[in-house]
Design a protein around this ligand. Structure first.
Ligand code: ZN
Ligand code: ZN
Length: 106
């Protein structure tokens, strides 16, 4: 079951990463929407995280970390850029994400 909050729909599903082929297991809490290994995501949300309303389906590349106001790990959000349509979407960073490369790029 999905949990509906103000502007956030929590989805925590297992999926296969389309970038590295890794099997991504659910986080157990919150919303798992990107691969912890390569940090790639998929463009499936349109207006709010978890709505799954986008028809795009493009691969989303992690471009940078932003100090966010939400509850991402260490207060960071990861910004994904869709390689297909160019949209940028912020997602919460998870504690098992391999984010060092992104931090080093800041
Ligand atoms: Zn991956
Ligand atoms: Zn897109």
């Amino acid at each position: 079951m999905s949990q509906i909050r103000k502007n956030f729909i929590a989805r925590d599903e297992e999926f296969t990463c389309e970038k590295c082929g890794g099997n991504v297991t659910p986080l157990g809490r919150g919303c798992r929407n990107h691969c912890p290994t390569c940090l790639y995501s998929k463009h499936v949300d349109h207006e709010v995280p978890g709505d799954r309303a986008s028809q795009c389906g493009g691969l989303m590349k992690p471009v940078r970390l932003e100090k966010g106001s939400r509850k991402g790990y260490l207060g960071f959000d990861v910004v994904h850029y869709c390689k297909k349509c160019g949209k940028e979407i912020k997602n919460m960073l998870a504690e098992d994400d391999d984010f060092e490369e992104l931090i080093n790029r800041q």
